[in-house]
Design a protein. Structure first.
Lengths: 414, 539
């Protein structure tokens, strides 16, 4: 028996681990909850001006195509791990597979269904998305509203559409790599900063999707913001909220976005409010020096954001030295929200039998190995890290799994 | 011998309406060299793949080349290539005509003539394709690790777990590197000294060879076959290795820019001596962000040392810093603990001044929170250390360095451990300032890459090859190859010629473009193949 392995989570860490294992000749099952792999990074935007900002978002497409076409790798999308038992030194994993309604092995992405679907329920994979197969959103599809629509099924030349039910799948695997990623901090939890109350208070992830969609800073309703503030450490370095750690990514994304905003609109003024700037990292020092003259860096963390006349926002900052509060007025406030553990981590930890650490990330002895032999961690499910850090972590987890798989194989032969 | 090409057309479930496939099929069938033609709607599906492999496997009409006229090879190419390979066709004997993304989808109105042109181009190329051979390349299944510190030892242990032999070359008399002298870290972690000793012990027990007081002085050859010269106690050893892991760490500049020499100013690596002093300093200060504002290692060491001073010596402790680099697992926690235990952190701007006055050290800085100048007298000042590059083998190995002089990765984001040369990997502080966890990730990643390189089975060979009869041995290709993959050999007893080593070659094509004698070919992109494509459309 060849011991295969299971990678849970198709973000950059999971893909790096899965491809690396597949390259080493291991059969890999990559399990992804969503209909497409790519994870958080697929929601992020390139931050280059006339020069690359080395944010790493462009690493995604080549990783996707490599993951989608690797011969040793099977993609199990819309699937979750629901049960696990030990078997022959390895595991028997029980997966719940929700239907995509379009068989990825048969869909040729020809686009015929897109033309006939009356509600836009059938969704197209764009760019390098993997698997490069369509998918039906039950929420919009008339078939699931009891209207009996089967237009796409009738017209699909590859007979790839089937309104089937979910299924269970059991797999025997030797090792498991967990790479389920993170959730951005919910800015609404810090009520005083006005997120959700004022439309011009955004978060870092909001900015990512705006730039991904529009390629520029565009607010609904038109007026181009001229005075922009970034507030760092929202939901990071905050012991009172159980997140007494640095998220490692927010300083860098804020500085990269600030430079991009300045580049697109040289008239704009950008201020970054911070505690300590995290500028370590290959090549980042040079990038930061370049930004110093263009972006205003202000020490201090704002405590409150309120409305100001003229559709603007008033930001209050503590001035420790004078024991008073300073106020400044901006057109747009961006909260640099950090990395937090996924809220559903506990459920998966229970299935796997692994522990959570004091913050809610999966616990590990050395960053990779867990208390369950054969279960390894990769990426931000273990703690905050950036894109390259997550890729490196994925490669390292794969390296740990290889000798373990050898052991499982030897035991099975006995 | 005239090539016999099988053409497989696919109309993607009859969805490519602006191409007349019946007409196209008729026209293509009459083209020279076409011995078999099939029109399908499901080429990439199970049924289509079966028909495709059956036609090729049965050598229908003697098919020895295939043209796929369907969607982009990026969409389903891999599936089709795999099916053809299983049917016995070398996977590079396929030429592609992209009738979907680059033809049908790209235009409105009838595009049958363009589709025909694309197929004619593919046929022109297919005729000239030559099968690529696969072969097992003999490699030395042993890895050289340069540097016996934390990263090097970690890499050695990972390799031994993977069952791969390794030799550690350490220039110092003992393994363990920089950490060996550090007795303890704060927060109950095992002593770094003890940790590296036990790493070294494990490495030796698992059969890793360690050469101490030794230095690599020369490297020749390429991936799979690096011939290395090592100097040890005046003696020269010659060894062969399949891959090289560089883990030489960094050089520390102890007191960067310090004009003042005083016994009361020490570099942070000497701090552990203070812990055992009979008369501990009553007031102690650390300075960060003076020589290098963008490194995380000084913050980590200062947080640890400040806490130890507080706990073991009971001194008053001050830390001067611009920005504490807490973007490392556990660092924020240490920072908070230090403040809770009474360590005072002063954030300064500009440059602090240090004045020595018999036995006391005075630090003057502009405190940004107070907005005013502060001065502090202390008994001992611990200065941060600046990490300097230790990229000594860069020119020997033909590797790039970054603006600061550290080894340059091919792509610090996607391939952090890959150097520009196959089989040479960069690990730990020799490429960037990395803490233990990040260095350990590097070590694991590099070990797996070396293992994959040296234990792979058959690989495609001669994709890029030199015609020894045309080669004038001008060495242009040798100089231009960024991967160090080209050498000069006696291809024939009477004639020297350049030779490309398959394992080291990245198939970038630079040598092909630059060879003045046109002696280097690149299968699939040879001049005559590309010209044939152009000629096919009547250019």
């Amino acid at each position: 028996m060849e011991a295969s392995s299971l990678v849970i989570g198709g973000g950059v860490a999971g893909m790096a681990a899965a491809v690396s294992l597949a390259d080493s000749g291991v059969q890999v099952h990559l399990v992804e909850r969503e209909p497409f792999i790519g994870g958080r990074v697929s929601l992020f935007s390139c931050k280059a001006t006339d020069r690359c900002a080395t944010c790493g978002v462009c690493l995604l497409p080549p990783m996707l195509s490599k993951t989608g076409t690797s011969r040793q790798l099977s993609l199990l999308t819309r699937s979750t791990l629901v049960g696990l038992t030990r078997r022959n030194g390895g595991f028997r994993a029980e997966l719940l597979r929700r239907p995509r309604y379009v068989d990825p092995d048969r869909c040729t992405s020809c686009g015929v269904c897109l033309g006939v679907c009356p509600t836009g329920a059938i969704q197209k994979p764009f760019g390098e998305m993997a698997p490069s197969a369509y998918f039906i959103d039950e929420g919009k599809c008339l078939h699931f509203k009891g209207e009996g629509c089967v237009l796409c099924q009738e017209r699909c030349p590859a007979r790839a559409v089937a309104f089937d039910n979910g299924s269970k799948l059991e797999l025997d695997v030797g090792a498991i790599i967990v790479a389920t990623g993170f959730e951005p901090f919910e800015a609404g939890e810090k009520g005083s900063l006005g997120y959700g109350r004022y439309p011009k208070v955004l978060t870092g992830p909001d900015l990512e999707s705006m730039f991904r969609r529009e390629g520029a800073l565009k607010l609904p309703g038109g007026k181009q913001p001229k005075d922009i503030a970034f507030i760092q450490c929202v939901g990071s370095r905050d012991e009172s909220r159980g997140s007494g750690y640095c998220s490692q990514v927010c300083c860098k994304y804020a500085i990269r976005f600030a430079r991009l905003i300045k580049h697109q609109d040289p008239e704009a003024k950008v201020t970054i409010f911070y505690i300590d700037l995290q500028t370590a990292g290959k090549g980042f020092a040079e990038f930061f020096e370049e930004c110093q003259g263009v972006i205003r860096f202000a020490r201090g963390v704002p405590v409150e954001v309120n409305e100001a006349p003229g559709d603007r926002l008033r930001v209050r900052v503590e001035d420790f030295a004078q024991g008073r509060q300073l106020e400044e007025v901006f057109d747009l406030v961006v909260l640099s929200t950090g990395i937090t553990p996924r809220k559903d981590s506990w459920g998966l930890a229970k299935v796997l039998g692994i522990n959570l650490d004091e913050y809610g990330f999966f616990e590990s002895r050395d960053g990779i190995e867990t208390n369950v032999e054969g279960v390894f961690l990769a990426g931000t499910c273990q703690g905050p890290r950036d894109i390259p850090g997550s890729i490196a972590h994925g490669l390292a987890a794969a390296e740990r799994a290889v000798p373990f798989l050898g052991k499982v194989r030897r035991e099975a032969r006995r | 011998m005239e090539a016999k090409t099988g053409v497989f057309l696919c109309d993607c479930g009859r969805s490519l309406k602006n191409i007349d496939f019946t007409l196209l099929r008729g026209r293509v069938a009459r083209l020279p060299g076409v011995v078999f033609i099939d029109l399908r709607s499901d080429l990439c599906l199970k049924e289509g793949l079966e028909a495709l492999s059956a036609a090729v496997a049965l050598q229908r009409e003697g098919i020895d080349r295939v043209v796929i006229a369907a969607c982009s090879p990026l969409a389903r190419g891999e599936t089709l290539r795999n099916a053809l390979e299983e049917a016995g066709l070398a996977p590079n004997l396929i030429a592609w005509a992209n009738l979907r993304e680059q033809c049908s989808w790209a235009h409105d109105g009838d595009v049958t003539p363009k589709a025909l042109s694309l197929i004619e181009m593919a046929l022109g190329k297919a005729r000239l394709l030559q099968p690529l051979k696969k072969a097992q390349i003999p490699v030395e299944q042993k890895v050289l690790i340069i540097g016996g510190g934390f990263s090097g030892l970690k890499a050695a242990l990972e390799l031994s777990r993977l069952g791969m032999g390794a030799t550690l070359v350490e220039k110092g008399p003992q393994l363990g590197g920089r950490l060996r002298e550090i007795e303890s870290l704060y927060a109950g972690q095992a002593s770094p000294g003890a940790m590296v000793s036990s790493l070294a012990q494990c490495a030796l027990e698992s059969g890793i060879e360690a050469l101490t007081s030794a230095e690599v002085i020369g490297v020749e050859g390429t991936a799979g076959d690096f011939r290395v010269e090592i100097e040890r106690d005046g003696e020269r050893l010659r060894r062969t290795f399949g891959a090289i892991i560089l883990a030489p760490g960094y050089e520390a500049e102890a007191l960067p820019g310090a004009e003042l020499k005083s016994k009361n100013i020490i570099p942070s690596s000497d701090f552990f001596k203070v812990l055992s002093q009979e008369q501990p300093p009553t007031r102690l200060a650390f300075i960060l962000d003076v020589s290098d504002e963008h490194s995380r290692l000084p913050t980590l060491s200062a947080l640890n040392n400040a806490l130890m001073a507080k706990e073991r010596l009971g001194s008053e402790v001050y830390v001067f810093a611009k920005n504490l680099k807490v973007d490392t697992e556990g660092a924020e926690k240490l920072y908070r603990e230090a403040r809770d235990k009474g360590v005072v952190f002063l954030k300064f701007e500009g440059k602090p001044r240090v004045v020595c006055d018999d036995g006391r050290v005075r630090i003057e800085a502009r405190d940004v929170l107070l907005g005013e100048e502060v001065a502090l007298d202390c008994d001992l000042l611990v200065m941060e250390e600046k990490a300097l590059p230790a990229a000594k083998l860069a020119s020997t190995l033909n590797l790039g360095t970054d603006p600061r002089g550290f080894y340059q990765e091919v792509n610090p984001h996607l391939f952090p451990i890959f150097s520009g040369r196959k089989g040479v990997y960069l690990v730990g502080s020799c490429r960037a300032d990395l803490d233990f966890d990040r260095a350990a990730m590097d070590a694991a990643g590099a070990a797996l890459e070396a293992y994959k390189l040296l234990s792979q089975g058959e690989v495609e060979v001669d994709r890029v090859r030199v015609d020894p009869d045309k080669c004038r041995v001008c060495l242009t290709c040798v100089r231009v190859c960024p991967h160090g993959a080209i050498g000069v050999v006696h291809a024939k007893p009477e004639k020297e010629s350049a030779r490309i080593y398959d394992l080291a070659c990245d198939a970038c094509g630079m040598c092909v473009a630059i060879c003045p004698a046109k002696a280097i070919g690149y299968e699939g992109y040879d001049d005559d193949q590309i010209l044939a494509e152009i000629e096919a459309v009547g250019a």
